[in-house]
Design a protein around this ligand. Structure first.
Ligand code: ZN
Length: 148
């Protein structure tokens, strides 16, 4: 597999040395996500205070793309307000589907290259669906059959 070269280093780095791979202490929200297509599993724990994401982290095992995406996501969402998550998620999903990026994505845009690999899109978006689930009703999400 060859990803879009420009950002490959960032993805490899985060895939190998993921940031925030741990459990959040005193988590207020949590959810588990599965990508049955690839075998990725991710558990997201979040601590929200006064509408702000004070801390979030992930655990689990998955391919380099899902790990890198989760790692980058935790860095990007930390300190954000809950109501900012939807817009960012939307921008990210659009980027991974079409390759079209917007400036609020920051380092997340390095994953836009997966748009060339439709089977990998679910790896990149799994953690986002999981965090979204955690922040709404919690529980489990699966990308199986769904349109990521
Ligand atoms: Zn995967």
């Amino acid at each position: 597999m060859r990803l879009s070269d420009l950002y490959q280093d960032i993805i490899v780095d985060h895939g190998k040395n993921p940031r925030n791979k741990r459990a959040v202490e005193g988590a207020t929200h949590t959810a588990v996500g599965h990508n049955t297509l690839c075998g990725d599993q991710v558990q997201v724990t979040v601590r929200v205070k006064d509408g702000v994401i004070e801390d979030l982290a992930f655990e689990g095992c998955g391919c380099a793309i899902s790990t890198a995406s989760a790692s980058l996501m935790t860095m990007e969402l930390k300190g954000k307000r809950i109501e900012e998550v939807d817009g960012l998620m939307e921008a990210f999903l659009r980027a991974t589907k079409t390759g079209e990026t917007s400036e609020d994505l920051g380092e997340l845009e390095c994953l836009a290259g997966v748009c060339q690999y439709p089977a990998r899109v679910k790896c990149a978006t799994l953690c986002w669906h999981t965090v979204k689930s955690a922040l709404t009703d919690g529980g489990e999400v699966s990308t199986e059959g769904g349109d990521a």
